[in-house]
Design a protein around this ligand. Structure first.
Ligand SMILES: Cc1cc2nc3c(=O)[nH]c(=O)nc-3n(C[C@H](O)[C@H](O)[C@H](O)COP(=O)(O)O)c2cc1C
Length: 182
């Protein structure tokens, strides 16, 4: 049984939910999985993992600075084992922007990194208008209006394609050999 570490950087929790779905898929394929906030992971945490996955969401055009900082600090440890990166954003609701090669945030982010993740994914996120403060809600509604998305301030919209998340989970499970089969 191999141990896969899934680290998340989230603001509202949706990236954590995606990580938990990945965990269920990977565990069902015979691996041990630890899901934790990226901020809590240390060099020792990485040393104990056979493979590492980092998931991060976009807010106002950027992943949190902690993501690039973590990657720079631990690049050697990431490269020493199978590794993967995924991004969560609502631009990825558009079919022409929902792959690592076509998602502008993923492409911009990769260009800033020396690390080349072995596997990558992009998932569409979730908008929960009622839970946002007035300024964020107004800004996001404006961005959605400009990009032909939902603008109803009472709406909660989940764009995530969970079958795509599960397919990525199956891919992650193949990064390491499984000795225990379900
Ligand atoms: C204040 C705010 C700003 C956002 N900015 C962007 C953005 O610039 N581009 C984008 O594609 N998605 C943007 N999103 C959508 C988030 O990426 C999406 O809600 C995602 O599911 C958030 O994941 P999290 O809950 O893990 O933080 C924004 C969401 C909020 C609430």
């Amino acid at each position: 049984m191999s141990s896969i570490l899934i680290l998340y950087s989230t603001t509202d929790g949706h990236t954590r939910q995606i990580c938990q779905r990945l965990q269920a898929v990977v565990e069902a394929r015979g691996h041990r999985v630890t899901v934790m906030p990226l901020a809590d992971a240390t060099a020792e945490t990485l040393a104990g993992a056979d493979a590492v996955v980092i998931g991060a969401s976009i807010r106002y055009g950027k992943h949190k600075p902690e993501v690039a900082a973590f990657i720079a600090r631990h690049q050697a440890a990431l490269e020493a084992r199978p590794n993967a990166l995924f991004s969560v954003n609502v631009v990825a609701r558009k079919p022409e922007k929902n792959r690592p090669e076509t998602n502008p945030y993923m492409q911009k982010f990769l260009a800033t990194l020396a690390w080349k993740p072995q596997r990558m994914a992009v998932f569409a996120g979730r908008l929960d208008y009622p839970s946002l403060g007035t300024l964020d809600r107004t800004m996001i509604r404006f961005i959605m209006w400009m990009t032909k998305g939902p603008t109803d301030p009472t709406a909660v919209v989940e764009f995530t394609d969970w079958s795509k998340v599960e397919a990525f989970g199956a891919e992650l499970a193949q990064m390491v050999p499984a000795t225990v089969r379900p």
